[in-house]
Design a binder for this molecule. Sequence first.
Ligand code: FAD
Length: 410
Amino acid sequence: MQDRFDVVVVGAGAAGIAALRRLSATGLSVVALEARPRVGGRTHTILVRPDLPVDCGAGWLHSADKNLLAQPVEQAGFTIDRSPPHWSRQSFNRDFPPEDQRAFRAALNEFEDRLRAAAAAGIDRPGSDFLEPGGRWNVLIEAFSSYYNGAEFDQVSAVDFAAYEDSGVNWRVSEGYGAAIASFADIDRIVVDCPVATVRHEGRELTLDTAQGSVTARVIVVCVPTSTLADGRLTFSPSLPEKSEAAADLPLGLADKVFLGLDKPDDLPIDGHLFGHTDRTETGSYHLRPLGRPYIEAFLGGRCARELEVEGPRAMTAFVVEELGALMGSDFRRRIHPLAETSWATDPWALGSYSHALPGRAACRAILAAPVENRIFFAGEATHPHFYSTVHGAWETGVRAADEAIAALG
Ligand SMILES: Cc1cc2nc3c(=O)[nH]c(=O)nc-3n(C[C@H](O)[C@H](O)[C@H](O)COP(=O)(O)OP(=O)(O)OC[C@H]3O[C@@H](n4cnc5c(N)ncnc54)[C@H](O)[C@@H]3O)c2cc1C
């Protein structure tokens, strides 16, 4: 590998791919160094059968009407499905009658109103402080948080939660969101299997110590997840404690998926949905027949997903099969069979799914995003002020940091 560049991008997830595209168009010499053997980071489409792509990571173009990726994804030949998302319904009203569904939605809206009013007044307490004491729907609101934030509300900053921007429009990519993002990668300029361990910035040039030797750069764009910065997998010399502390205060919450093949699918609604339980937080959100395909996508979050990952492979699958069997009847178990499960908490280059700010620490996103010495620039979903935790947010930060790098080089 060439060892001198104008710009080195560290990490080739959505942010790194976006930064690299922007930089490649300038004529500067640029490379991206990626720890994994593949690009895309927390976007990753796999084929569970030759005709069945599933997204292990991001699957939804959130805020799709404001999502700057929607148009390029379609222009690149991918198919965007605009049908509404599944998550607000309970198919067959199973164990969740319509009056309870209305009561839950009202409780969630009232909770969010209290939280947003406090956040607007600058009160940055844990989100859980705004639950109605003893409220019937608190456990399901916490389940919602475990999917939405990857963590229960006691771990979530009210101000940061309120800053998240969601237009409520959500679309999907039939061939896989991960496949679309990977297709944007400038593969010839990406070195995979190349984790960066240390960035030395004491000299005139920056030196990056990697698993494949050392590389120098005039400027760099760091596009790694907060977990990598917080646990010292990527360090700076001299150290940058404000960055590792900000990253630690923006931990990655956990969301995992289990994919179950489905025999005789026709009696289940296309894009149907079930909550496993409505009286506990440790429960799955089940997407029935996504895009009409013969499988179920189970979504688990927060402590529930974390504990199941610790139990080991297939514990999550056993949990969701048990829950669906209890909900749909024991015969149903014979109709479903495991296809795949994710384990983002134990994935060494993610250690989680998407960032949330700890209570009182909403300001950390700006701290993490700030450049150092006008030559070390930071991107990644966690650095976005209001589209954090998303692919389009990550992409926007990659473009922003690339522009900062280009400006710094004059
Ligand atoms: C289960 C799940 C569901 C999700 N659902 C959605 C969704 O529906 N919609 C949505 O918009 N978002 C969703 N997300 C979140 C979305 O995937 C992320 O916010 C986004 O992909 C993050 O992109 P990034 O570039 O910031 O980070 P990453 O994708 O994590 O990319 C960082 C890259 O840096 C690499 N790296 C790490 N350390 C080093 C190092 N030391 N040296 C070199 N390389 C390194 C990593 O391998 C990785 O490739 C989901 C995520 C998960 C896990």
